[in-house]
Design a protein. Structure first.
Length: 154
């Protein structure tokens, strides 16, 4: 018996390779879900501490920090749901990658305005790296999702 699975380009891959990719994908999505939910909780319940330790840009506004916390929570919940619902993975990862890319651009524009200054650079580079990781996970999701009889991915 040939233990291979068809890929997007039609090239066969071993089941072991597909299973490894699937485990990496789920671990990556779970990590992003946990981080997004953790950041959301941190912002919502300790906005002053979040501001002084991670987001010291301009004037602090607890209301806006909690608003942003709600966005992070939504991304985290969506990612968590996609662990059990593979059809959600690519859309959730795409939207999350877009949010991280836009967030990265925002931090690039304000890179020198953090106090202390090094936080602006650190935030930008961490967000940009996370954006690349999300794009990689999205590609991994596309590679590991099964193909239906109509030729579409589930």
């Amino acid at each position: 018996m040939n233990a291979t699975t068809e890929t997007r380009r039609g090239a066969p891959r071993s089941r072991a390779a597909v299973e490894l990719d699937s485990r990496l994908l789920v671990a990556g999505i779970a990590t992003f879900a946990a981080v997004e939910l953790g950041v959301a909780i941190f912002m919502a319940f300790a906005p002053h501490l979040f501001y002084t330790s991670i987001g010291p840009f301009g004037m602090r506004n607890d209301h806006y920090l909690r608003d942003v916390a709600s966005f992070s929570a939504a991304l985290g919940v969506g990612a968590a749901i996609s662990i059990r619902r593979p059809a959600w993975r690519i859309p959730v990862l795409a939207i999350t990658a877009l949010q991280f890319a836009l967030h990265s651009v925002n931090h690039l524009l304000d890179i020198g305005r953090a106090d202390p200054g090094w936080i602006g650079y650190l935030d930008f580079f961490l967000l940009a790296a996370a954006t690349l990781q999300l794009v990689w996970l999205m590609r991994l999701a596309a590679r590991t999702s099964p193909i239906t009889s109509e030729g579409e991915r589930r």
